[in-house]
Design a protein around this ligand. Structure first.
Ligand code: NAP
Length: 334
């Protein structure tokens, strides 16, 4: 049995969902892969809990869910005031997992890679702004840098582009990558206006209290930029042309519907070009997704048209992508 040390940064919705899967599937990972994953540190913004012998994740969940912060955990564990940078250096681990929303996390991703530690992340800005630097560091050190959950949650579009189609040339990708805007647009089709649909999304916890990243197309823009980096070549979010759904009106949605079409926030990715904008698409298009589904249509020279569709949000669904990457990284650590 190979023991692999894991350092978990971020204990919010996704971080806790990942912890639950690691608890539930511990036996499966031992039996199927011969790997024992030992979480040696867990961090939120209030502190880093670190125990080289391994942390009891059930207890960590209980503390976070009862008190809201890991720093309340003072009984059996040491809580350190490390910055992520310091923790990455100090804590002995094989894999660093970033499920935070730290926009500057690329700095400590680079530190982890330089230390020879694999990085698994669901955090988009590091990739959307620093892909070239991160990949070059990972390649130089021959260390895994994995980010399946950054695009389409656990639906494996990144794996598809990175590990398959290796003889194909991708020509174009069209994709619906943001579930919040899909929810709002489909509610507008049912007769709500934009504000009412947004309020509904917020009341159901689908949209954030500050929904601007979704509404303005920034979240979809990050994801489209990451797809461009993987399918073509490195680019940054600043080079993407992004328009959100704030100007879509109930009238526009209704007129599209009468023509047998639906409006969705569509990302179009071609070599050298990244565009995100609301577009009318036929109701029978694979991009006419509903609910929390995402879809991508990928055209390649050899395979032609390929459609990948599945959950693009949700906690279990995002944990699926993160945990799959953790196992991949664990299998690659010596
Ligand atoms: N939710 C989804 O469906 C989904 C899907 C795909 C990707 N993602 C991405 O996954 C990440 C996590 O999402 P989430 O929904 O779990 O967000 P969340 O609930 O807001 O959790 C973020 C967590 O990160 C912690 N954190 C922030 N900065 C940190 C730092 N510098 N050091 C240590 N911990 C830090 C926060 O600490 P506190 O608890 O102390 O605030 C919190 O525990 C985000 O980047 C998000 O974009 C989410």
């Amino acid at each position: 049995m190979r023991e692999v040390g894991v350092s978990l940064f971020g204990f919010g919705n996704v971080g806790r969902a990942v912890a639950r899967v690691l608890i539930e599937k511990e036996k499966l990972f031992r039996e199927r892969y011969g790997v024992s994953l030992k979480v040696v540190s867990v961090a939120d913004t209030t502190g880093v809990v670190w125990l080289p012998e391994g942390i009891d994740l059930r207890e960590a969940l209980l503390i976070k869910e009862t008190f809201g912060k890991l720093s309340s955990w003072t009984n059996d564990y040491e809580v350190y005031n490390f910055t992520p940078e310091e923790a990455v250096k100090e804590v002995d681990a094989d894999i660093v997992i970033d499920v935070t929303n730290d926009k500057n996390a690329h700095e400590w991703h680079l530190t982890a890679l330089r230390e020879g530690k694999a990085v698994v992340t669901s955090n988009k800005p590091p990739l959307a702004f620093h892909y070239a630097e991160l990949m070059s560091e990972a390649e130089k050190r021959n260390v895994p840098y994995l980010f399946e959950a950054t695009v389409m949650a656990g639906t494996p579009v990144i794996g598809l582009l990175r590990e398959n189609l290796l003889g194909d040339t991708v020509e174009r990708i069209e994709a619906v990558l943001n579930a919040t805007t899909t929810f709002i647009l489909s509610r507008m089709e049912m007769g709500l206006d934009f504000e009412e649909a947004l309020k509904k999304a917020q009341s159901l916890g689908i949209a954030e209290r500050d929904p601007s990243e979704d509404i303005l197309g920034i979240d979809a823009g990050y994801k489209a930029t990451i797809l461009h980096c993987v399918a073509f070549e490195p680019k940054t979010f600043d080079e993407a042309r992004v328009k959100g759904i704030a100007e879509v009106t109930a009238g526009g949605v209704g007129r599209a519907r009468k023509k047998g079409r639906t409006i969705r926030l569509v990302a179009t990715v071609e070599r050298g070009s990244i565009t995100v904008e609301p577009r009318e698409i036929p109701v029978d298009s694979p991009l006419a997704v509903e609910s929390h589904e995402n879809a991508a249509v990928i055209w390649t020279d050899l395979l032609g048209e390929l459609v990948i569709k599945g959950a693009g949000a949700g906690l279990k669904e995002t944990a699926s992508g993160v945990v799959s990457d953790i196992v991949k990284a664990a299998l690659r650590t010596a």
